[in-house]
Design a protein around this ligand. Structure first.
Ligand SMILES: *Cc1c(COP(=O)(O)O)cnc(C)c1O
Length: 526
């Protein structure tokens, strides 16, 4: 039996045994979970209500005459069903989550405690301003620190994700261009070929055409190619910095100047702000609009598609177009500017493009992010950025013994590998990632960015200890060696320890089955 350094077995001696079928289909404590409709029988119930006394029928003949069709389970069955489902999610609280570009950092419990204070957790969005002064102060204080950290004069707090922040920034840019009377003329938005998919999607959503800018040999925006594409039909540029290859765009000032000179605006995708927070102020780089993913940089949880939060900082040129509502303070009292008419008196938002969302943004994320900022302080935020960069470079330096780094030199907060090291092994990026699952790791970001063949983008974040990083690197080094030594079948079978192996993700995404239909509809309705 192979042992690791702490004397625990690392590999099963009997590979066939891992695959042995069980009577239940469960694998040890990995319990198979059917849909709740499939386990319940329609007659069962978790509650026992007395039959109502004879009562007058007020439904005018519209009474239901078939079974309601809810699954019938006892209370313990119901509880187990949902607890088991909750355990099927891999989470940052269970192990490292090296997804590049996503900044899956630890969410300190202190944040949770603060967000659960009844004064924040029990707020109603329609409560009168007088009753929620503290909550408005939280929004205002967070806005202050976001402006301070980015060196920008204004911030829209209501966007509810990074992509929503992009929409906010690009709508502000569109409104500014329309206010200049150039709405029909400036229809093109430039974006690097390595851009996150949300960037071109946002530009198209706002009615712009997207024009790709190639990367240079170092993985950065090709400045000359960019300049050649500028013209009086360009509305602006969307650039991520540090970029999605994990590299700082060294020409960022020159990029901003060239775009401004051509009459365009500079949208910066701030998803990677974690690498530079407390060290670089995007406002000093010539940025006009940038979203900040609170659920990345400021440690609020990434939900399954939400709740995120993407406050968007805006330059002097765009501040007037900011969305409503926003918080202002006057003589020690906070209030919300809810309409454009009210905004006129206030300056910012005077030409607001309107409302992005029903209420004021993600309050729970605001309290968590502010708790994180205040508990870290200026030096702590800077150190988090430095440690994130250090960790990524440590991983890059250790893994490059066996794996191929996409671009030479130090990286920022994430390390980008390509699939050259797998050449002629028959193992592909996807096989490598699936084998990581067997080792107990969530795979890194794969096949993104598109500018690199078979990309593997690893972002350890500052949260991981050296011990965790070492074990992670050793697992990847061992997999790399196995790939090179021709263990192709091992990789193609992976994952063997997961409850499911390889699912057809394309079909799942393109033809999702979102609705359960009973095998025998007539019976179910009885
Ligand atoms: C995460 C991310 C986004 C989108 O942010 P969401 O909060 O997921 O909408 C945009 N750009 C980059 C580079 C990202 O990493």
């Amino acid at each position: 039996m192979t042992m690791n350094s702490t004397g625990r077995p690392t590999r099963s001696d009997n590979a066939a045994a891992t695959d042995a079928p069980t009577f239940t289909g469960n694998k040890a404590l990995q319990i198979e979970e059917a849909l709740i409709f499939e386990i319940g029988d329609f007659a069962g119930t978790g509650v026992d209500l007395a039959e109502p006394e004879a009562r007058e029928d007020r439904l005018g003949g519209l009474n239901r005459n078939s079974d309601i069709g809810l699954p019938g389970l006892s209370e313990p069955e119901t509880m187990r069903h949902f607890v088991r489902l909750s355990q099927k999610n891999y989470a940052i609280d269970m192990g490292p989550f090296p997804l590049g570009s996503c900044t899956m950092k630890h969410n300190p419990r202190l944040n949770e405690k603060v967000a659960r204070l009844p004064g924040f957790a029990d707020l109603h969005p329609l409560a009168p301003n007088d009753a929620v002064q503290g909550a408005l102060e939280v929004i205002d204080t967070l806005a202050f620190w976001l402006k301070e950290l980015t060196g920008m004069p204004a911030v829209a707090m209501s966007p509810k994700a990074g992509a929503h922040g992009e929409l906010c920034g690009m709508m502000a840019i569109k409104a500014a261009i329309e206010a200049r009377g150039e709405g029909d003329q400036r229809t093109r938005v430039l974006a690097p070929e390595s851009a996150h998919g949300t960037n071109p999607a946002t530009a198209v959503q706002c009615g712009f055409k997207v024009d790709g800018i190639p990367a240079d040999k170092t993985g950065r925006v090709d400045l000359e190619a960019l300049k050649a594409k500028l013209g009086d039909d360009v509305a602006g540029i969307m650039v991520t910095n540090p970029n999605t290859c994990g590299l700082f765009e060294r020409d960022i000032r020159a990029i901003a100047d060239a775009v401004h000179e051509a009459g365009g605006y500079f949208y910066c995708d701030g998803a990677n702000f974690n690498a530079i927070a407390g060290k670089v102020r995007p406002g000093d780089l010539g940025v006009d609009a940038m979203h900040i993913n609170l659920h990345k940089t400021f440690s609020t949880p990434h939900g399954g598609g939400g709740p995120g939060s993407g406050p968007t900082v805006l330059s002097e040129a765009l501040a007037a177009f900011a969305p409503i509502p926003y918080v202002v303070s006057e003589e020690g009292k906070f209030h919300l500017v809810e309409t454009r008419r009210a905004a006129k008196a206030e300056g910012d938002g005077a030409e607001s493009f309107g409302r992005l969302t029903a209420f004021h943004g993600q309050m729970g994320m605001f309290t968590r992010a502010l708790a994180y900022m205040l508990s870290h302080g200026k030096d702590g935020i800077r150190q988090a950025a430095e440690d994130a960069v250090l960790n990524a470079n440590y991983v890059q330096a250790r893994l490059k013994q066996e794996m191929t780094v996409a671009f030479d030199g130090y990286c920022m907060h994430e390390a980008l590998f390509d699939d050259r090291f797998l050449k002629n092994t028959g193992v592909e990026t996807i096989d490598f990632a699936k084998a990581m699952i067997d080792e107990g790791y969530h795979p890194m970001t794969m096949y993104f960015p598109l500018v690199v063949h078979g990309a593997m983008l690893i972002e350890p974040t500052e949260s991981e200890s050296k011990r965790e990083l070492d074990q992670f690197c050793e697992a990847l080094l061992s997999l790399s060696k196995r790939a090179k030594s021709g263990e192709i079948e091992f990789f193609q079978a992976a994952p063997v320890h997961a409850p499911r192996r390889r699912l057809d993700e394309t079909v799942a995404a393109r033809k999702p089955i979102l609705r359960w239909t009973p095998e025998n509809p007539a019976e179910a309705a009885e």
